[in-house]
Write a protein that binds this ligand. Structure first.
Ligand SMILES: [Fe+2]
Length: 637
């Protein structure tokens, strides 16, 4: 482009911006669906235009996300004039990072201020707020909104009746966005629909003004129910409307989705919310929905160890004792909190045997999550804390609490890497970063017969540790957490060889490598006859020399006699012992027999006569031997 043309283009662009009509902001920008890697910003104007959001983590370099625009006409909304709603999705965000953003229409900045910043979810403590039954425009709603505005939550849960009248567009414009405007621009609201939100046909306004997580939700139901993770919490929002009997139909899409969703989460905390309360007393206690909730929904939540459930509908604050199957729990229970005092007129209630605390008052709930502890506080409209409970789920162990980390069978040998399975084991996932391995990871420790076991990894449901070389026979396992201990008796054997598997392009692959290159032996890169290969495994038992578990191992031979079986033929290993520089890992070096025909062979390591499960060894050559894949589905150690 020559300079004259370039100048003309610049002038044309400048004129296009200068002449583009200014748009009038009618609903201030607000956040939706903030996630570790993305966030949505929404707003409305009275005139159509081209919308965009600029966002930055350092306020120096800015990225731009174009907005989708949707026109709303009076016939649809009941409002006097058209308006235009913009929705921009910010992608490629970094977890645990603060972002600033500003909103543009037709190239002009329409909204930008210091408050327009948010933090993506990441590890570490955070707070969230919960309230509901708010959307009436009462002085109490306004006063609570001012209190809430002074809070610093990462996110807000709304338990429904966001618009407490007819669920209409004008109620959202009058009684939702203006009240929480300052908070909504820095913390996303995650709602559940209430019965009033559904008073407008198919909750049209509720669905229109929110952009909610959609992953794994059947297409027709997107927006009605959803889940997402924030830090170490799995959040689940449900729709108990439409009508109740359909929403809570056994085998219906929502409950099927819920079963799958909760079965998949590995988070320490599981928090659910929906509008209708299953246990609270008051104005609605005779409603048929309570029986449906208790019969169909509550058993799923309790089976998957949801620790706390929020709801509204009763305009009061009520907290139950920890419950299981409708009665006070003997061990771990679920706490049900009614938080329906967000602004609408209050309902009286009577105390009942399942209730731990209740008050007929306007309020909201603040939850503080810190690892394996969650503190819930009810804050009254006068700013006073009226109720506080700290949840600290104690650990529990699975029926088969310890398995070999390579074979996932309960055969355990001294010095081996093991996986311990249970629930509520560690508040947050942690990985040991260097050797020697720590004996405490995030406040979690493990002992066998009071001997500390060095730790590789801890999470809610799994711990990977190394057994001491001195452990033998029956051993008392104890998992210690900030919330208490769990114990089980386990049996050690002398040897329990099991070959590790590692992820590979063609699926999980046995950890057998070419000795010269260190590359994996695969069907695509088979071992040559006469070549030396190395097998990585665990469970060869005691060794000929002194080494403490958790330390980087020296070269030490296994005491047990070790043999290698390739396709049924016995091969004496060149080396069988600890893998130098690693903890808990053994290695066996052997030479693939000269003259072995090409094909796939079962490879078995035996130690003191105890055989490992066979793994596949691919050997170079023209012919191929058919072999069923011996590697079952296993979890990553
Ligand atoms: Fe309600």
């Amino acid at each position: 482009m020559n300079p004259r043309t370039a100048r003309r283009v610049l002038i044309a662009l400048w004129l296009a911006v200068a002449l583009a009509p200014a748009a009038t902001l009618s609903r201030h920008p607000y956040l939706q669906n903030v996630r570790p890697d993305r966030a949505t910003v929404m707003w409305t104007t009275l005139e159509p235009g081209g919308g965009a959001v600029e966002y930055s983590a350092d306020r120096k370099s800015w990225l731009t996300a174009a907005a989708r625009i949707r026109q709303f006409a009076p016939a649809e909304t009941g409002l006097p004039a058209d308006f235009y709603q913009y929705e921009a999705e910010l992608r490629g965000l970094t977890p645990g990072t603060q972002y600033s953003y500003r909103v543009l229409v037709n190239g002009r900045v329409l909204a930008e201020d210091e408050g327009m910043r948010f933090r993506t979810p990441g590890p570490g403590p955070f707070q969230f707020l919960v309230f509901g039954d708010s959307g009436v425009g009462s002085p109490e709603q306004a006063r609570l909104a001012r209190l809430i505005e002074a809070e610093r939550p990462a996110l807000v849960l709304h338990v429904g009746d966001v618009a407490q009248g007819a669920g209409s567009f004008n109620e959202y414009e009058d009684y939702y966005f203006p009240f929480y405007r300052e908070l909504m621009k820095r913390a996303p609201f995650f709602p559940a629909p209430g019965n009033h939100d559904y008073l407008t046909r198919n909750a049209a306004a509720y669905f229109a003004v929110h952009a909610l997580p959609a992953e794994a939700v059947p297409e027709p139901d997107r927006g009605r129910y959803y889940s997402f993770d924030w830090g170490n919490v799995h959040f689940v929002s449900l729709d108990t409307n439409l009508p109740f009997s359909e929403a809570l139909r056994a085998g219906g899409p929502m409950l099927e989705w819920l079963e799958r969703d909760l079965a998949q989460t590995r988070q320490f905390w599981r928090v659910a919310w929906f509008h209708h309360p299953p246990y609270s007393s008051g104005f609605h206690q005779g409603a048929a929905i309570r029986a449906d909730l208790r019969a169909r929904l509550i058993p799923i939540l309790e089976r998957h160890r949801v620790q706390v459930v929020f709801h509204g509908h009763e305009h009061s604050y009520q907290r139950t004792l920890p419950l299981r199957d409708g009665a006070p729990a003997q061990d771990q229970g679920t706490v049900y909190i009614t938080t329906g005092g967000g602004g609408a007129a209050l309902y009286p209630f009577r105390p009942h045997p399942l209730m731990a605390f209740g008050e007929m008052t306007h309020h909201y709930v603040r939850a503080e999550v810190a690892g394996a502890r969650m503190t819930l506080r009810a804050i009254r409209i006068d700013g006073q804390e009226i109720d506080r409970v700290t949840l600290a789920p104690a650990p529990s162990l699975s029926d088969t609490p310890v398995v070999n980390a390579a074979s996932f069978t309960p055969r355990l040998a001294p010095g081996a890497v093991v996986s311990i399975f249970g629930e509520s084991l560690a508040g947050e996932e942690r990985v040991a970063e260097s050797l020697p391995l720590p004996q405490d990871l995030g406040g979690v420790s493990v002992t066998f017969n009071d001997q500390p076991a060095p730790l590789f990894y801890v999470s809610n449901s799994q711990i990977n540790a190394q057994l001491a070389f001195e452990t033998s026979g029956l051993a008392l396992l104890r998992v210690n957490t900030p919330n208490g201990s769990a114990e089980a008796v386990v049996l050690m054997t002398g040897t329990a060889p099991a070959v590790f598997t590692v992820p590979a392009a063609s699926g999980r692959q046995a950890a057998v490598v070419h000795a010269t290159t260190g590359g994996l032996v695969t069907r695509e890169a088979p071992a040559a006859p006469g070549e030396f290969v190395t097998v990585y495994l665990t469970g060869l038992g005691r060794v000929d020399g002194a080494v403490a578990a958790g330390q980087a191992a020296p070269r030490l031979l296994a005491r047990a006699p070790v043999t290698v079986l390739v396709g049924g033929a016995t091969v004496q290993p060149q080396y069988a012992g600890l893998a130098p520089g690693l903890a808990g890992v053994c290695q066996v070096n052997f030479q693939v027999p000269e003259g072995l025909a090409g094909g796939l062979y079962p490879l078995v390591i035996t130690a003191d006569g105890v055989a490992s499960e066979p793994v596949e060894l691919a050997v170079q050559g023209a012919s191929a031997v058919s072999l069923p894949r011996p590697l079952g589905a296993k979890r990553d150690p």
